[in-house]
Design a protein around this ligand. Structure first.
Ligand code: PMP
Length: 379
């Protein structure tokens, strides 16, 4: 057995979701999957592809038509990649994996935010690289001084993750500009995971991938799980400049050969016809966010207002319990499952992640139960 595997565990998100088996009537606010169905035109696109014999391997990088459409779509976010700089992957998950495997040698160090999607840390442990955690500011933005410290300690690859799971934070214009300077000045590469880019609640979207000057140091990872509400169909993509691209493509080839052919055709239909559905879903998530945020404030939580994705990350530190204990009790006593903040790294202790991509009815009941639960806590 590879000894590194012993250093990783099933993610805390799944662990808590699995606990639900014991509480069949509990409401789950654990997973990050939209409650919408895949838009009908995407379904048609997939079925047509299947009926038209599109079940062969595609090129390793994916079908050209979809790579061209992604290139056009990214321009709407002011991000420029040509079709030859885009490869389709089996979800953003594969994209992250092959990017990290391609960039890192066993003796390297990776810079991971103190509160982050758990895959970054687990993949790093699996590869066997050293993890340098950089602490975020209280509003979950990047603390540039902490980041610079991490670079001084030898961090070679930087993980950025905005819009953020689990905090719902976005990258601001100021922070983007500061990051660009840091990236220019240092010998580092960046993996920017922007899988929630389509769920940005502000008018302007900011990403370090918008700066062409530093493009040779950037790997942009994204996908369609969240955008088209199709997490089970497993389609994502990686974009980067040719030098890195050619290396990552080799890992991708030996990993999966190609992403699902028919789902690629479905996503192409989606980019051509379903951007209104994406807008509709975004608006719905924003409404749910406003509801959950206001309820949490009213209950007495300290909480930052999310600007994107579909998660909210209130502090529970004043209630005098560890996040694991808080979540266990909430599930046992009130039948609501949330994910303990420590599932997202050392900085997540003292927080709770609520996924609000569940129906308004479920959210209303869950928030009512959470309110009752908090009333029972002596602090
Ligand atoms: N990055 C982040 C931040 C995520 O939250 C997720 C899924 N929850 C992924 C990547 C991977 O998504 P997928 O593999 O479904 O595209």
């Amino acid at each position: 057995m590879n000894k590194n595997i012993k250093n990783i565990e099933i993610s805390g998100i799944r662990k808590f979701f699995n606990k639900m088996e014991k509480y069949p009537n509990a409401i789950s606010l654990t997973l990050g999957q939209p409650d919408f169905d895949v838009p009908d035109k995407i379904k048609e696109g997939i079925i047509n592809a299947l009926n038209n014999g599109k079940s062969k391997y595609t090129p390793n990088a994916g079908i050209i038509e979809l790579r061209e459409a992604i290139s056009e779509f990214l321009k709407t976010l002011n991000i420029n990649y040509s079709k030859d700089e885009i490869m389709l992957t089996v979800g953003g998950s594969e994209g992250l994996f092959i990017s990290m495997v391609s960039l890192l040698n066993a003796k390297d160090s990776i810079l991971i935010p103190s509160i982050a999607y758990p895959a970054y840390e687990s993949i790093a442990k699996l590869i066997g690289v050293e993890i340098i955690t950089y602490e975020l500011n209280n509003d979950f933005s990047v603390n540039i001084d902490n980041l610079k410290e991490g670079i001084k300690k030898g961090g070679k690859v930087l993980i950025l993750s905005y819009p953020c799971n689990p905090t719902g934070a976005l990258l601001s214009k100021e922070c983007k500009n500061e990051l660009i300077e840091v990236i220019k000045d240092n010998d580092i590469c960046v993996i920017t995971d922007e899988i929630y880019a389509s769920l940005c609640f502000e008018d302007n979207y900011y990403s370090v991938a918008q700066c062409d000057e530093i493009k040779d140091k950037i790997i942009y990872v994204s996908g369609f799980s969240k955008m088209f509400a199709m997490p089970g169909l497993r389609l994502g993509y990686v974009c980067c400049k040719k030098e890195l691209y050619d290396q990552i493509l080799k890992v991708h080839q030996y990993d999966v050969s190609c992403a699902s052919s028919i789902v690629q055709w479905g996503a192409l239909t989606g980019l051509k016809n379903c951007l209104n559905d994406v807008e509709y879903m975004k608006k719905s998530f924003k409404d749910r966010m406003e509801f959950v945020y206001n309820e949490l404030l009213d209950i007495g939580f300290e909480v930052n207002k999310p600007n994107g994705a579909f998660y909210i990350f209130p502090s529970i530190s004043k209630y005098g319990m560890k996040s694991e204990e808080f979540c266990e009790k909430l599930l046992k006593e009130k039948g609501v499952a949330c994910v303990p903040g420590d599932a997202f790294g050392v900085g997540g202790e003292g927080f709770l992640r609520i996924s609000y991509c569940y129906s308004m009815d479920e959210l209303k009941i869950a928030l009512k139960r959470l309110r009752e639960f908090v009333k029972t806590i002596q602090y």
